[in-house]
Design a protein around this ligand. Structure first.
Ligand code: S6P
Ligand code: ZN
Length: 193
């Protein structure tokens, strides 16, 4: 394949990538089952806040191409659980990904199908390497939007069902103003593979 070089501009303050081929806007009503406190979900559904936006420049699906994107996660909580992304495995399990945080403060939850989990910090300048086989979810633990850039193989695909079914084993909650990692009593590792 013969592809041409291109440039894109990511506006650092807003996280918007110009000429993104895809913009995804996720509200609470798009993912009510992902939060642990269902009473809080019901209470906040009327307002139905935007939790995050993703701007993607999607390359044609090919193992030799990359897609690029940015995500902007708003500050806030559902009950005591911080606003976060759905999280996913890649459909092509071995596909890795790299995140680069531009602004804000976050946590990156990583998890294998077995339930083995890791939590990494996200802060301006931090590069997170996500190997193949690890589901990834980002959580905004700060008071400003969490903005990061991502690059991944264009043929990676997204498997949301496995995470919806088994959940992450760790939750990130606001404990009197301090982010705390707790065990998710409802997670069931091994499901959804
Ligand atoms: C794509 C990459 C990110 C996420 C985005 C939203 O592989 O990991 O662009 O898509 O942060 O998260 P999610 O879990 O809703 O796709
Ligand atoms: Zn991904």
């Amino acid at each position: 394949m013969n592809h041409l070089p291109f440039d894109a501009l990511m506006e650092l303050k807003s996280g918007v990538i110009d000429e993104a081929s895809q913009v995804i806007n996720r509200r609470l009503s798009d993912m009510p089952s992902f939060f642990h406190d269902q009473d809080a979900v019901q209470a906040q559904l009327e307002e139905d806040p935007v939790l995050y936006r993703t701007y993607i420049k999607q390359s044609p699906i090919s193992p030799s191409l990359w897609s690029i994107g940015s995500s902007v996660i708003e500050p806030g909580t559902v009950g005591n659980e911080y606003f976060m992304t759905k999280g996913h495995f890649h459909l092509k399990e071995e596909a890795p990904e790299v995140y680069f945080t531009v602004s804000g403060s976050g946590r990156l939850l990583l998890q294998r199908h077995s339930g083995e989990a890791e939590v990494k910090n996200m802060a301006p300048g931090v590069i997170n390497y996500i190997p193949g086989g690890w589901a990834h979810r980002t959580v905004n633990v700060g008071e400003k939007p969490l903005i990061f850039f991502a690059v991944w193989p264009a043929d990676a695909g997204h498997n949301y069902g496995a995470i919806e079914e088994m959940g992450f084993t760790k939750l990130v909650v606001d404990d009197r103003g301090v982010p705390k990692i707790i065990d998710n009593p409802k997670s069931a590792p091994g499901l959804g593979k």
